[in-house]
Design a protein around this ligand. Structure first.
Ligand SMILES: *[C@@H]1O[C@H](CO)[C@@H](O)[C@H](O)[C@H]1NC(C)=O
Length: 299
């Protein structure tokens, strides 16, 4: 008897999960200032209010806002399970696996098959660095940010065409105000990534950047990195986590039995402990307990 099929946490769906809008802008603006600057700004606004209003009233606004924050914090601490659920935390140990391009649901078949890491994948890093004293408020930064946001939206809207699994945005931690933004992307293959790179939206963005550079601007840097990862060469474990990175991915696959397309999310149950079939790093890579099985096979 063969190994049991890998079981997804979420059932397949007709549409991609939560194609949500990107809300990175507000945190980017906030993080454009150092903590010092933000505190000084607050102190300055408060000083002006004290000059205009009687002291008794001047204290009201900050007091109300502080009490409000205190109320919500105490409420969330006291009902932690509900708070974690509202954050999308999934209790337990989960692993990410890629569904096959097509599968048959007959006799309990799963889109993941029974062998972990049986698909190859492409990891792509795309980032920008604001190397100007004004950081993300410097000339061109807004345009670059807008291009970045529309590219990320487009990637999810056309996720099926590009074979794009997930898009997530991260801020660098090099200084106390943000200087580097990074997008982490997962694709099924390089062909999908190239389809995206040659699409109109990306080309327009690239043309804007070239023009901007020709005008002699060198305070905005951009970079990318590509990793093509062989099957059996990757794995992931997520413990008590909100779905993140590859674990937040989904792919459109074909279900042969009914002849329909469905979206399959990457998260599978990794079992309780280290003893389970996805209990160790090597096992999640489909290489057996000793890390050698099947890894050298070409196809
Ligand atoms: C997970 O994916 C959804 C849909 O693409 C997105 O709205 C959400 O922000 C993602 N969560 C994280 C933590 O990246």
């Amino acid at each position: 008897m063969g190994a049991p099929e890998l079981k997804g946490i979420f059932p397949p769906t007709e549409k991609r999960h939560r194609p949500g809008p990107f809300s990175g802008a507000s945190s980017l603006i906030k993080d454009s200032f150092t903590l010092n600057t933000l505190l000084l700004l607050g102190a300055f606004i408060q000083a002006i209010i004290t000059l205009i209003l009687p002291a008794r009233y001047a204290i009201l606004l900050p007091l109300i806002l502080l009490l409000r924050a205190l109320f919500f914090t105490i409420r969330d601490v006291r009902s932690l399970p509900r708070y974690l659920e509202s954050q999308g935390v999934i209790p337990g140990r989960l692993s990410s696996q890629l569904p096959k391009p097509s599968y048959s649901s007959s006799s309990g078949g799963s889109p993941f098959g029974s062998k972990p890491a049986s698909q190859s994948l492409v990891v792509f890093h795309l980032g920008a660095r604001f190397q100007h004293p004004l950081g993300p408020l410097s000339p061109g930064a807004k345009e670059l940010g807008d291009i970045f946001t529309s590219l990320n939206k487009e990637l999810l809207v056309k996720a099926k065409e590009y074979g794009c699994l997930d898009v997530s945005l991260w801020n660098g931690d090099e200084r106390d105000s943000v200087t580097t933004i990074l997008g982490v992307y997962y694709f099924r293959d390089l062909e999908g990534l190239n389809r995206f790179a040659h699409d109109e939206m990306h080309r327009k963005g690239w043309e804007w950047f070239e023009r901007f550079k020709k005008e002699g601007n060198n305070h905005l840097g951009i970079f990318h990195e590509t990793f093509e990862v062989r099957k059996g060469g990757w794995e992931g474990i997520y413990v008590d986590m909100q779905p993140v990175l590859l674990g937040n991915g989904s792919l459109c696959v074909r279900e042969e039995e009914e002849g329909r397309e469905e979206w399959v999310r990457t998260l599978v149950d990794a079992g309780k402990g280290w003893g389970g079939s996805l209990g160790t790093q090597f096992l999640r890579m489909g290489r057996g307990r000793d890390g050698k099985q099947g890894w050298e096979e070409k196809e």
